[in-house]
Design a protein around this ligand. Sequence first.
Ligand code: ADP
Ligand code: GLC
Length: 488
Amino acid sequence: MRVLFAIAELYPWVKTGGLGDVAAALPAALAAEGADVRLVLPGFRGFLDGLPGIADRLRLATPFVPERVRIAAARLPQSGLAVYLVDHPAFYDRPGNPYTDAAGADWPDNHRRFALLGRAAAALALGADPDWTPDILHGHDWHLGLAPAYLAAQRAVAAAAGAASVFTVHNLAFQGLFPAASFADLFLPASFQSVEGIEFHGQVSFLKAGLHYADRLTTVSPTYAREIATPAFGAGLDGLLRRRTGDLSGILNGVDTAVWDPAHDPNLPLSYSAARAARGKGAAKAALRRRFALDGDEDAPLFGVVSRLVPQKGLDLLLAALPELVGDGAELALLGSGDADLERGFTAAGAAYPGRVGVEIGYDESLAHLIVGGADILVMPSRFEPCGLTQLYALRYGTLPLVRRVGGLADTVVDASAHSLAAGTATGFGFDGEDSRALLSAAERAVALYRDRAAWRRMMRRAMTRDFGWGQAARQYMALYRALRPSA
Ligand code: ADP
Ligand code: GLC
């Protein structure tokens, strides 16, 4: 089974969130299940500088630019998987992050940048590399939404041409919306600019293109797969998703244990495991409290946050609940960056409660590990959460998640109810709704349980031993690929 994995981010070279983590782990897990996987990535500077052995592979004629576009080859250092880099510096070699300039504004030519990426992926799926033609083109998020559309356009000319397509939604809120006039820059058949195509309320939607033209759709948890077919979570695309329910499945992400394992984590003072967690966990907590100069009661529960600071993550609720939480003696260590008002809000909270609330605005992989290891409770009150990886990392590190019961959070965290505690299945704390008092009451339940050391240790051990490896997900994707290409 040859699989071309088309994606815009890849940890550790280019990452803005969980998408980069998935790109780093899932292809290798698919390879372990017997797939012959290659990746296609945009030629971002992070990749050009970081990937070893970059060499010419082929040149691709495209309608976007007069010159042929260099497709370079590289190999991933650990897994050895082959990579195609769409190396068009005028599009991809820019300062800032993959999607925006350094000031956070979307690049004005994003539709052309990601059309080229989608077109290159489709070309490879149609045999542009004579040595390797994939059976499956697996594209991710709006950045690759056009890849299935270009494949479909080719099929209209030559039926059954090329690979079958799978499109995975990691976040329905990022839609890749552009003005209708940009359609002319995409070089798709005119008939595609319709409601039964890529048009979305008078605009062009790359995400909708993926949802409409791919042969199969997936998203990253079973609950989110159900949620996005409803108006409340469907971001205007729920009608299309309801029509395609038979083609849509939710496959839960996993944890890359090469990167997230408390038994081998250079960012922690001591390693620890489920069987012997107490000393290592205590040392991580002490290091984290020192790092943020927290000086309350050292036996008080320490809440942690590692997050993009955006409305999706619901952290305004935590901000509202903070005075009472701190009043109850709790401490907070937060790392995040994003929207200016949330950054300001948490910075102000840090100043209002020195020694109790530690806030670092920024992006810091190493500190993220220390918070995930050193906190007692990880807070993720997301309004929606396609899967969420941070709570999975927290579970593995024995840091019990406090989550809103949506999407992947609902699928991965078992609320400590009387029933689940008695049954020995509880791994965290859940709440519902839009009210910070609901978060607060879940936090108070957590604090009460935290005081029962034996019960807490049992929950930690259970959280740490739950299996969130990538193997399960890889097997489900393989089954999907086989259903599309039984003879491959
Ligand atoms: P999302 O992709 O929606 O941001 P996930 O929970 O799936 O949410 O993944 C977030 C990833 O980004 C995790 O690997 C998390 O550790 C990382 N992360 C988020 N914010 C930061 C930050 N400020 N510094 C370091 N890592 C961060
Ligand atoms: C998105 C989602 C997050 C998910 C990640 C990886 O960024 O917001 O919930 O875990 O993609 O699939």
